[in-house]
Structure formats: structure tokens, C-alpha cells
Design a protein around this ligand. Structure first.
Ligand SMILES: NC(=O)c1ccc[n+]([C@@H]2O[C@H](COP(=O)([O-])OP(=O)(O)OC[C@H]3O[C@@H](n4cnc5c(N)ncnc54)[C@H](OP(=O)(O)O)[C@@H]3O)[C@@H](O)[C@H]2O)c1
Length: 231
């Protein structure tokens, strides 16, 4: 991870903060996309002063293809792309609006396509790169009230595995992690502290993601890694 140029989309979010910190602690150079200035402040509070100069924060809407292409083109090289942006919505399918369905596909699947596509444009000529996407346990074990989210995350798994197949024979790899429930402040606020038993900590998940994004994971391709904690 040392000296590697790492794109982290959603790197200021509940999970993203821990991934950004973990990349910095390992000596990497993260380019972190964000939307919300308040999240930037929260991230900066957690970054040690000696690491600050290696952190680049860029305001990017990752549903915008030109913006995604530009942020990747601006990077000197791209050793790993960690795509964490996603969105969550639930409700019975019979009452789920088409607009919400499209939003789930856009935030989870379409953004993954855009980030992977433009990462590959940069990584293939380098003959080196790691793509790490984020699915969900629900991609493999879909549950009621979550059809759109589960379908979108299953799409992310398929996209990642297809890229892993397409890049066989190159120095580029693609893998996806499948968390169950992450112990984020948002989940605690929604479900309460008592429900948090067995949830995966963001720090623990960040370890798995950093490994897949590192040179050490050069021989892992197309894995969908369950990270379910004790649930
Ligand atoms: N939390 C869980 O229990 C859980 C479980 C399984 C999988 N996951 C997946 O893990 C990932 C991270 O989850 P999380 O809990 O950390 O979510 P989060 O806190 O909502 O973080 C997502 C980040 O992505 C950003 N984002 C959203 N839309 C964007 C866009 N169009 N362009 C650029 N950035 C955008 C958000 O910014 P804003 O704050 O401005 O919206 C936020 O910083 C997601 O893909 C999620 O589906 C989460």
C-alpha cells in the first residue's frame, strides 16, 4: 500500500472514513471523493497531521461520467480503486416507486460501472491495478423489503466478476466485498445500540478492503468476500 495512488469513492462516509484512515496509515496516497463538506470536516479530524499532505479530497458526483473520468485522469497513476458509494432504500416491492428503484440502481450499480470503466482505462495500460467494489450480504441472500438494493448489489457482484474474467492475464484484479451490517453511526441511530451485537466494525472491514487493494492480493481475482462478522 505504501506510496500507492488509491481512489476511494465515498471515502468520507460511515465506512469510507475508516478506509481512508487505513490507507493513510499504510503510507498510501488516497484521492477521496465527497459530496458533503461536513463529512470532510469529520474525516480531517481523524487524520493525523503527518498524514494530511498525502490526502487529496475532491468534490465529485460519481453519477456524472465526465466527472468520474476527470478525477481519474488527474491522478498520476491509479494503483487501486475502492468504490464505496452506494445508497440504501427499503420497502415492499408492490409499493416501491420506480423513481426509488432507479435511484438504487444508479447509486449502487451505475456508479460502480462508471468507476470501474474509467479505472480500467487507466489501469490496463499500466498493467497493474486493484479494483475493490462493495456489494452486500443481500446480493447473495436477498431479503424481502430490499429488492432494489439487493438487485443492485447483485449487479455489482456480477460486474466485478465479469471484470475479473476480462482482465485475466493482466496485472489488474477485481474483487468485491459483501458486508452484512456495518457498525456505523447511521445504523446505530436507525436500529439502536442493542441491535449492534455481531455487526462488522468499519475498521475491520477496512482491513479486508485494504488487503484486496494491496500488492499482496495480486493473485485474487473475482472473489466475493463475505464479511459478516458474528451475524
Ligand atoms: N452500512 C451498512 O450496513 C452496509 C452494509 C452492506 C453494504 N454497505 C455498502 O457499503 C457502502 C458504504 O456504506 P456506508 O454505510 O458507509 O454509507 P454512507 O455513510 O452513506 O457512505 C456513502 C458515501 O457515498 C457518498 N455518495 C452518495 N452518493 C454519491 C454520489 N452520487 N457521488 C459521490 N458520492 C456519493 C455519500 O455522500 P453523502 O453523505 O453526501 O450522501 C457518502 O459519503 C455502500 O455502498 C453501502 O451500500 C453498507
Amino acid at each position: 500500500m505504501r506510496d500507492r495512488q488509491i481512489l476511494i469513492t465515498g471515502g468520507t462516509g460511515g465506512l469510507g472514513r475508516s478506509v481512508t484512515t487505513a490507507v493513510l496509515n499504510r503510507g498510501g496516497f488516497p484521492t477521496v471523493t465527497y459530496r458533503n463538506e461536513r463529512e470532510v470536516e469529520a474525516v480531517l479530524k481523524g487524520v493525523a497531521a503527518e498524514h494530511r499532505s498525502r490526502l487529496r479530497l475532491v468534490a465529485v458526483d460519481v453519477t456524472d461520467e465526465a466527472a468520474v473520468a476527470a478525477v481519474i485522469d488527474e491522478m498520476p497513476r491509479l494503483d487501486a480503486a475502492i468504490h464505496l458509494v452506494g445508497g440504501f432504500a427499503m420497502g415492499p416491492t408492490a409499493e416501491f416507486s420506480f423513481a426509488d428503484w432507479q435511484r438504487e440502481i444508479m447509486l449502487n450499480l451505475n456508479t460502480a460501472f462508471l468507476v470501474c470503466k474509467h479505472s480500467l482505462r487507466k489501469m490496463l495500460p499500466q498493467n497493474e491495478g486493484r479494483i475493490v467494489t462493495i456489494g452486500s450480504r443481500g446480493a447473495e441472500q436477498p431479503s424481502g423489503q430490499l429488492a432494489a438494493y439487493c438487485a443492485a448489489k447483485a449487479g455489482v457482484v456480477a460486474l466485478t466478476k465479469a471484470i475479473a474474467d476480462e482482465t485475466r492475464g493482466t496485472g489488474v484484479t477485481a474483487n468485491v466485498v459483501l458486508p452484512s451490517v456495518i457498525d456505523t453511526p447511521a445504523n446505530r441511530a436507525a436500529m439502536g445500540d442493542a441491535a449492534a451485537t455481531g455487526w462488522v466494525s468499519p475498521e475491520s472491514l477496512a482491513e479486508v478492503i485494504c488487503f484486496l487493494a494491496s500488492t499482496a492480493a495480486r493473485d485474487i481475482r473475482g472473489a466475493a468476500v463475505p464479511v459478516y462478522g458474528n451475524t
